[in-house]
Design a protein around this ligand. Structure first.
Ligand code: CTP
Length: 411
């Protein structure tokens, strides 16, 4: 979305409040107008001056400042998006019961735009039946409540309750601006494997053959599928240093052979496998044990051998009964048109060759698809369906892909 939106960033009182600064900065740098509304206890963690400097706007916690401006009603009414990060257990409890005892909760009551909560608290608080019930109520009312990350908390304890990375919260906020219904909980109970990123095929101990995949599309799918309720395992090849998505199990691999092993290991009993990784088709026939010296002569060529096609292998495993017959298998294709056919001609061909259920098609060339944040394309299905993916962020593409997948999984 290019338009400048009015965004309210609510901050409640937890140690993760400091991370809201990076989030506020991302929104302002994207050209949005940001109003920060901390709770009084959030100001125990981050000072008012920091929020005012980052947002370029005055910051208040109560409803009795600027009374003629009626901010407790106006800020919510005028907002295009409200993001609360971190959302503490207390803030969510107050929001659930419709309290309006500070400017943030009053704003939440008057807002009619998408609302995004990024919870952060100790695991015991997150898992307490009161919080579980509050999260459910908020979600039932249409609020997007993110699953927190698992990991190190404030003290020595670890577990679910960490604030998702600001980059991720920013991605979800931006997605809700593009599409307000992009994060339904329609994949609850589903198990999904997603592969993402590029592979590296070793030439010698220091060199490899790689590709330009950033992993952004696959990570966007994994991140969103988890927040739509699925249990997601991400098999990550090489990426451009993307943050690990919250609530996703990750296995890191490098080569196509490792990717194959990990994908098969995790796909034994899942509902869907999404092969978004850019897997190398070839690898050096032999990996030199010592670094290849440049020498005085022209370099020798490096013989290559073909890697197994993981996507095709998954389809074969399903046909042979090694994988359950109902596993939905999704492939990706990056295509260019040429004298033998258009992008879509080649893609249809690939869909029938690979035998997967859905094929996500991107047109490449002219800087499209690789290493960029926006994309477009089509989704082809093996039943002959064809839908255009409108131009948008990779998160928006992910939401359309998961819509199609969700439909297949509900059949
Ligand atoms: N893929 C795979 N294993 C490989 C290569 C690719 O599983 N060894 C998967 C990718 O993850 C993606 C799809 O296959 O889902 C892409 O198809 P691919 O045949 O790699 O496309 P191209 O390399 O573009 O094929 P071609 O050169 O035949 O157009």
């Amino acid at each position: 979305m290019t338009r400048s939106a009015r965004i309210v960033v609510g901050v409640s009182g937890g140690i993760a409040a400091y991370k809201s600064c990076a989030l506020i900065r991302s929104f302002t740098e994207s050209g949005h107008q940001v109003r920060v509304i901390p709770t009084p206890s959030a100001l125990e963690f981050v000072g008012r001056a920091t929020f005012e400097a980052l947002s370029g706007n005055p910051v208040h916690t109560g409803v009795f400042n600027d009374v003629p401006e009626v901010p407790h009603v106006r800020l919510g009414q005028e907002a295009d998006l409200v993001v609360v990060a971190p959302a503490t257990a207390d803030l969510m409890a107050r929001a659930t019961s419709g309290r309006a005892d500070d400017l943030l909760t009053a704003t939440l009551l008057t807002a009619r735009c998408p609302i995004l909560f990024a919870p952060a608290m100790h695991t015991e608080m997150w898992e307490h039946p009161a919080t579980v019930a509050n999260v459910k109520t908020l979600r039932d009312r249409g609020v997007t409540v993110l699953e927190p990350s698992a990991g190190r908390l404030t003290g020595k304890d670890t577990g679910p309750g960490r604030l998702p990375e600001p980059e991720e919260i920013f991605a979800f906020g931006s997605l809700l601006l593009e599409r307000s219904d992009a994060v339904p909980r329609d994949l609850e109970g589903k198990r999904i494997v997603v592969s993402a990123g590029g592979t590296r095929e070793a030439v010698d101990p220091v060199r490899f053959l790689g590709n330009r995949s950033s992993g952004k599309q696959g990570y966007a799918i994994a991140r969103l599928a988890a927040q739509r309720g699925a249990r997601v395992t991400l098999i990550s090849g090489i990426t451009s240093g993307l943050p690990i998505p919250a609530a996703v199990d990750v296995e890191h691999v490098q080569s196509a052979a490792q990717m194959k092993q990990a994908v098969f290991k995790h796909s034994i009993d899942v509902d869907a496998v999404i092969m978004a990784a850019a897997v190398a088709d070839f690898r050096p026939a032999e990996v030199a044990v010592a670094k290849i010296k440049k020498g005085a002569d022209e370099p020798e060529s490096i013989p290559l051998v073909r890697n197994d096609d993981i996507l095709k292998g998954l389809v074969q495993a399903r046909t042979s009964g090694e994988l359950p017959g109902e596993t939905v298998i999704v492939g990706f294709a990056a295509e260019t048109g040429d004298e033998n056919g258009s992008v879509l001609d080649h893609a249809r061909d690939k869909l029938s060759r690979k035998g997967c259920d859905l094929l996500v098609v991107n047109a490449v060339g002219d800087g499209k698809a690789f290493e960029v944040d926006h994309n477009d394309g089509w989704i082809l299905s093996n039943s002959g369906g064809e839908s255009a993916l409108e131009h948008g962020s990779k998160a928006l593409m992910a939401s359309r892909i998961l819509d199609e997948l969700g439909q297949l999984l509900r059949r």
